[in-house]
Design a protein around this ligand. Structure first.
Ligand SMILES: Nc1ncnc2c1ncn2[C@@H]1O[C@H](COP(=O)(O)OP(=O)(O)OP(=O)(O)O)[C@@H](O)[C@H]1O
Ligand SMILES: [Mg+2]
Length: 347
């Protein structure tokens, strides 16, 4: 079975999507077969990967026949159609033969309420028994079709039922953060919400009605891989400026004193020796990235990772080009070390 890693933080704009794309690309470069799954109804990852400019181009995914996006993939279960869920026809990511995209759909949001009712695990559950396990099932059969090793799930910034399901049916999760006050606050609420979700998931795993469903609710306990801190600005030289360092320290403190103890209490941490073996200190960022500056716009324009733009795509010359290539090399090295840690933790 492919391992499933979700990128989750209910705080918006903390680089979940950007990390999914760039880290996924690096994992693919290292030989892993990667499936990016866009579970955000805003479809930012789909837009970023496919880089289509206008609605006409997207129409090929949304209006052509077959099952080509997440909403259509889940429709048999959510719309009680008398047909089984089948694998999604994924999009090959241009320029990266080892990476595919399971495109998002704005209509995924329409399933949020129904899934929420199913996940109340109450009397009406029998009619909705196929829903709690169907997302995991869809991803796994799609992964099997494309011989995927690693599924990366990009999520919306919310604490809704879809995210609850996605996180609790992933094998691992990363928590992207920005170095600011709101990410520190988000750490607190994750420490309070995740144990509740875990308790809900254990209950779901113990219900025979869900185990006997066409798509049984999987018996998975998600494990914390670490945080990803992005977008701080560097001082001249290479250390984060004092203002950002303050927030990076506060996040680390919150992760150490609140999030990790909460996760330990509900079996959502890996064994200490696994972190040690992967040279990961769980309270420290698994990946810490400064501001990509001009590289981010070029990355989006060329649908390429920030660490793999050609000289021509960089549109620069002379000293400026040399400086940009130096920072691109830095990002390449950081993502490479981050990907190695992910591989070591998930072995
Ligand atoms: N290291 C970085 N340097 C500069 N800009 C970045 C960096 N990481 C992400 N960004 C930019 O920050 C914005 C938010 O990033 P992104 O969309 O990846 O966040 P998100 O957590 O997925 O947001 P949402 O919660 O809306 O889904 C984007 O415009 C992205 O291009
Ligand atoms: Mg996003």
């Amino acid at each position: 079975m492919a391992i499933q890693i979700s990128l989750f933080n209910h705080k918006g704009g903390v680089s979940k999507t950007t990390t999914a794309f760039n880290l996924g690309w690096m994992l693919a470069e290292k030989g892993k077969r990667v499936l990016l799954v866009d579970c955000d109804p805003q479809c930012n990852l789909t837009g970023m990967v496919l880089g289509f400019q206008g609605a006409d181009d997207f129409a090929s995914i949304y209006e052509a026949g077959g099952v080509r996006n997440i909403r259509d993939g889940l429709a048999p279960a959510f719309e009680s159609r008398p047909v089984p869920i089948e694998p999604v026809e994924c999009e090959q990511v241009p320029g990266q033969p080892n990476m595919l995209l399971l495109p998002g759909h704005i209509g995924l949001a329409e399933y949020e309420v129904t899934l929420g009712i199913a996940q109340e695990l109450s009397g009406s559950l029998v009619t909705l028994q196929n829903l709690p396990g169907c997302l995991h099932h869809l991803f796994q059969i799609t992964a099997k079709k494309y011989k995927i090793d690693c599924i990366l799930v990009d999520m919306s910034p919310s604490l809704g039922p879809i995210n609850q399901n996605l996180l609790m049916t992933s094998n691992y999760f990363l928590v992207p953060m920005a170095p600011d006050y709101f990410s520190v606050m988000a750490t607190d609420s994750l420490a309070s919400v995740l144990p509740k979700w875990r308790a809900w998931s254990s209950q779901a795993q113990g219900l025979s009605v869900l185990q006997k469903a066409t798509y049984p609710y999987p018996k998975i306990t998600p494990k914390f891989l670490g945080t990803v801190v992005q977008k701080y600005r560097l001082r001249e030289g290479s250390t984060p400026s004092a203002a950002f360092q303050k927030w990076i320290d506060a996040i680390e403190e919150g992760v150490r004193t609140k999030l990790i103890p909460a996760l330990n209490g509900c079996d959502m941490m890996l064994p200490n020796k696994t972190y040690e073996g992967a040279k990961v200190i769980p309270q420290k960022p698994l990946l810490q990235m400064s501001d990509f500056n001009g590289l981010i716009a070029l990355s989006q324009k060329h649908k390429a990772p920030v660490f793999d733009l050609t000289d021509k795509q960089l549109e620069q010359t002379g000293i400026v080009l040399a400086r940009t290539k130096k920072s691109m090399k830095l990002f390449r090295d950081l993502f490479s070390v981050g990907a190695d840690k992910v591989i070591a933790l998930t072995k």
